[in-house]
Design a protein around this ligand. Structure first.
Ligand code: PLP
Length: 280
């Protein structure tokens, strides 16, 4: 497994960053996680677009997209994995600790690449169980920042209670997303997912699923819905680069639909796998 550190590639264990990196002290950084299928990076362009937007959202000086892309592709080719996960993190830079920052600081770019192990097959076949948690995150969840404490604590709470994941719910009971995934419900043959607002991450997998719905004439509605609609949905699934399409068959102890993985969830999982293997 390899790391990229500001232009150099080395074994992961050899890559270290200064303790005054603002990512380390302030969580002042953004990231992406990209997966490959059968030796091809899936939706690289969309990930680069989002990375650019995240950097812009935090007023980072721009880094040419072609440079980032070349670095990613170079690391991917050097590692030579068919099924790889690439983590890219860009922090504002290194400076003596101070809340204010020098706008001309040089961003620090680090990446890691690891082989991805397929998720246990029974998860996609049987679905997972989840809990809901209050969304205590900040107001710009559309920026993919490395500040993931609320996500991390929520995920750990779910695991400690014997579940696989947690779903963020707003103070007004609006269902937002998972700790590292977007969320869709199915009701009466129609899909609903939270619209793109500053309160959720614009997921690349979410976008791929919406594309598949349009290509296959499935009705998809991007609108707000509450926990009541979540509990009474026919099907619920999470989407993400790691998660792919993950059926959720029980939430807060209540069965979703008949408690089995539903037909549209299955169809969209197959559709996403097909898209990924075709190198879309
Ligand atoms: N929502 C959150 C909070 C996430 O952290 C992630 C992925 O890490 C997603 C959604 C899914 O995004 P993507 O499909 O681009 O992986």
């Amino acid at each position: 497994d390899l790391a990229y550190l500001n232009g150099d590639i080395m074994p992961i264990e050899k890559a270290t960053v200064p303790i005054e990196d603002r990512g380390y002290q302030f969580g002042d950084g953004v990231y992406e996680y990209i997966a490959s299928y059968a030796g091809r990076l899936f939706m690289l362009g969309a990930h680069l677009d989002r990375l650019e937007r995240s950097m812009g959202g935090l007023d980072f000086p721009p880094i040419p997209r072609s440079r980032i892309k070349a670095a990613i592709v170079d690391l991917f080719e050097r590692a030579g994995y068919d099924r790889a996960g690439i983590y890219i993190q860009i922090t504002r830079g290194v400076a003596p600790r101070n809340h204010a920052f020098d706008p001309t600081l040089s961003p620090q770019v680090v990446m890691t690449i690891r082989q991805i192990n397929a998720l246990p097959e029974n998860l996609h076949r049987d679905g997972i169980t989840a809990i809901t948690v209050r969304d205590i995150r900040w107001g710009r969840c559309d920026i993919k920042t490395i500040q993931l404490l609320a996500n991390s604590l929520a995920k750990q709470k779910a695991l400690s209670e014997g579940h696989s994941d947690a779903i963020f719910i707003s103070d007004q009971n609006v269902v937002r997303e998972g700790t590292s995934s977007n969320l869709f419900i199915v009701k009466g043959g129609q899909l609903i997912t939270h619209p793109l607002t500053p309160n959720i991450l614009p997921g690349i997998t979410r976008m791929a699923i919406i594309d598949i719905c349009r290509e296959t004439d499935l009705k998809i509605d991007e609108s707000f819905f509450t926990t009541d609609a979540l509990y009474h949905a026919d099907e619920v699934f999470l989407t993400g680069t790691v998660t792919e399409v993950m059926p959720v068959t029980q939430i807060d102890g209540r069965c979703i639909g008949d408690g089995n993985v539903g037909p549209l969830t299955r169809k969209l999982y197959d559709g996403l796998r097909q898209k990924a293997l075709a190198g879309a």
